[in-house]
Design a protein around this ligand. Sequence first.
Ligand code: ADP
Ligand code: MG
Length: 243
Amino acid sequence: MSSLTPRLEIQNITRVFGGRTVVDDVSLKVMPGQVTCLLGPSGCGKSTTLRVIAGVDMQDSGNIFIDGNLVCDTVFRVPPERRSVGLMFQDFALFPHLSVAENVAFGLSGSRAEKRRRVEQLLERVDLLGHIDDYPHQLSGGEQQRVALVRALAPRPKIMLMDEPFSGLDNRLRDEIRDDTLSVLKEEGAAVLLVTHEPDEAMRMADEIALMRHGKIVQQGAPYNIYNAPVDRAAAAFFSDIN
Ligand code: ADP
Ligand code: MG
């Protein structure tokens, strides 16, 4: 596998609901170790795109490749659990009846000792080793978020799909958790597709931004370039409330 092979590549993905094209011919690549943000206003089709990639919904046309292997076209479909994707959504709750350790170990295979090592390594990385035997209700919102992050990362997914994962947190916490999350993702070398409607979040976290509007990607590039040279008035206006 060449290091230039994208971790994720989607080609010409289209999804139609009741005659309305919600995702319209979207193509995108996420390279190893990179955070790509799918950024756009509410309702533009971001979550639908992510659900199709995860395999919980199916496109009407287009292809999806993970590590260069076809996982889905219109006739062939690898099920979600075999795509090696990590999922993190705003409302992706922890299992309330399982401890922190059991939550993080949930998707892991291997011996008991191997699993324990991986769980401890990840919890240490997010400063939660002291909470390993706690239950979710004993943790703060920010702590639960960090457990959800390492739970998704534990099986070393080829690509992490994150859908507005910080929008349930209050402002003060959000900045802190974003920074923590970014450093953990970078340390793990994860390839990430992060969906957000907040330009400042994309500017802060992305190596690459894909700007989406009405189901289409209207501009793609490094955050600095998109911010400085928005493709049109609407893109400029969208970025204008960043401070
Ligand atoms: P975003 O995540 O950017 O806010 P979504 O992908 O959730 O946007 O939704 C895009 C559009 O598709 C919205 O108008 C939404 O109402 C519509 N939509 C999403 N899922 C469905 C569905 N299962 N059936 C019908 N319409 C849907
Ligand atoms: Mg959404």
